[in-house]
Design a protein around this ligand. Structure first.
Ligand code: GLY
Length: 254
């Protein structure tokens, strides 16, 4: 069945890593309520939600997409690109271990799950401040035996590849082309975000529904006009921590 691993919001979220946003006060109670609504949304769309306890010493630990990637055959436990997040992976790996064999990435490779977009057997890995060439090469070497092809992608002006583009359907990618070089995946059908909503490409496909923040109404309308079913959530406080909808869960069949 569709399974989602999530982790409760840390009380220290306001001390999170920030790369492109100014630091603003975060209302933790509201962030917790937003995260609960996100978990309810996933459950309402058919997912069994496994919610891990908060790691209060790790402000960004709610963003479980970054320390791990769960594929059909195996899970990859990543080497995070920032020191402050390196302590997140052990308890997350323990939660994934009942479902998949684990591969641990090793230094000097750096890679964060938010930088990896999967389209079928192709994995597109963004060369961001968090993911380096060695990380992409190690991912490719580890996953070749499972039949995955890994392609490096250049990006700019954003945190992760999935800030700039996400796969929202079979061979369909929602994209902000100002932030990513699409030449590695322009064989797919690309749908551009609305011009005034550069952050709208981070969208989570759950079954036949696209989940996205309610901060991007023009892109949500555009997707509905294209025939997608779209569910929107208030993520205002979580987004102050440079969050998106993909980074707060690991979704897989188990
Ligand atoms: N605050 C999300 C991150 O920088 O990892």
């Amino acid at each position: 069945m569709l399974t989602a691993i999530t982790r409760a919001v840390s009380s220290s979220l306001a001390s999170c890593e920030l790369s492109w946003l100014p630091r603003e006060p975060i209302d933790i109670a509201k962030a917790i309520a937003e995260h609960h609504a996100y978990e309810r949304c996933l459950a309402g769309l058919g997912a069994r939600v496994i919610s891990l306890p908060a790691l209060d010493t790790h402000p960004d630990a709610v963003f479980v997409e970054d320390p791990a990637m769960v594929l059909d055959e195996v899970a990859v436990i990543t080497t995070m690109g920032v020191e402050s997040r390196r302590g997140e992976r052990e308890t997350l790996a323990a939660a994934i271990a009942p479902f998949r064999p684990l591969i641990y990435m090793r230094d000097p490779a750096k890679l964060e799950g938010g930088d990896v977009m999967r389209v079928g057997r192709h994995l597109f890995a963004g060369l961001s401040a968090r993911t380096n060439e060695a990380g992409v090469a190690q991912l490719a070497a580890e996953l070749a035996r499972f039949g995955y092809e890994v392609h490096a992608v250049e990006l700019r002006d954003c945190l992760h590849l999935k800030s700039a583009c996400c796969c929202i359907g079979d061979g369909v990618v929602l994209v902000n082309r100002a932030w990513v070089d699409t030449s590695a995946f322009d064989r797919y059908r690309l749908i551009d975000v609305a011009p005034d909503e550069p952050g709208a490409a981070n969208a989570l496909r759950v079954g036949d529904t696209i989940v996205m923040p309610n901060a991007f109404p023009a892109t949500a309308d555009l997707l509905r006009r294209e025939g997608f079913s779209v569910a929107t959530l208030d993520m205002a406080e979580l987004m102050k921590a440079e969050s998106g909808v993909t980074c707060s869960s690991l979704l897989f069949d188990a």
